[in-house]
Design a protein around this ligand. Structure first.
Ligand SMILES: C[S@@+](CC[C@H](N)C(=O)[O-])C[C@H]1O[C@@H](n2cnc3c(N)ncnc32)[C@H](O)[C@@H]1O
Length: 223
């Protein structure tokens, strides 16, 4: 069974064609996309041989290897684009994800993109918006003490602009409990940070206070 984080990535896959799982590691996501019947074929790619051996083992053991293509590739550079409708890049830093997208020209051809950055999430949002990608939705997944952001995006060639709040916190539907829990988590983080910097960087402290104020409105009363 997939972790909630990878299950959310799988949920956002369109299932209209071939999904490519970039940085597949053990190919758990790729295997589940096939097992569940969502995809008829997957590409499991990774930059390193070790993870690809693990991917092959998973796909062999689950009897799904015939419907899988295992590709050694830095990002999408060696991945064949034919029939690829979905690209998932999960479990990597925001800068690495942006770099992978930047180096791939066919990602602009109506591909459904699912991103699960572990770090530098606001950097990734800004990069996407500046480089012609539309952030269609964002989800939050809560696993134990950790929150994970999953972004669904597509290239449309337009320059997009989000609000300061959306760049820093996210473009979520605030009706979900996990999103509200994430809001409370970010609120307490920002409260500490704004105190720490209020003397040395009052403008930054003001930004944090603005974000906290908006979180409070989105989540409702939270003290
Ligand atoms: C932390 S694992 C994440 C595995 C899985 N995607 C997940 O979210 O659970 C990161 C994987 O990405 C691979 N990776 C890192 N940089 C990469 C790149 N530029 N291109 C392809 N794979 C990469 C690593 O080799 C590793 O297997």
């Amino acid at each position: 069974m997939l972790t909630k984080r990878l299950a959310m990535c799988a949920e956002l896959v369109s299932g209209d064609g071939i999904a490519c799982d970039v940085g597949t590691d053990h190919a758990y996501l790729a295997a589940e996309l096939l097992r569940s019947g969502k995809c008829k074929k997957v590409i499991a790619s990774d930059v390193a041989e070790g993870p690809l051996r693990a991917a092959k083992k998973t796909l062999d053991q689950t009897g799904l290897i015939d419907r899988s293509e295992i590709v050694l590739s830095d990002g999408l550079l060696n991945v064949p684009s034919d029939g690829v409708t979905d690209v998932v890049i999960a479990g990597m830093g925001g800068e690495t994800i942006a770099h992978i997208l930047d180096k791939c020209s066919w990602i602009k051809n109506d591909v459904n993109i699912i991103l699960q950055p572990m770090t530098k999430i606001s950097f990734l949002r800004k990069w996407l918006c500046k480089n012609g990608f539309d952030i269609l939705c964002e989800k939050i997944v809560c696993e134990g003490r950790f929150f994970y952001t999953v972004i669904k995006a597509k290239y449309d060639g337009e320059i997009h602009e989000l609000s300061e709040f959306e760049y820093e916190i996210g473009k979520f539907d605030w009706n979900y409990d996990d999103v509200k829990a994430y809001g409370r988590f970010r609120y307490s983080q920002l409260a500490k940070l704004s105190k720490q910097v209020e003397k040395i960087a009052p403008e930054t402290s003001d930004v944090y206070i603005r974000l906290m104020h908006e979180i409070k409105i989105k989540c409702g009363y939270m003290e």
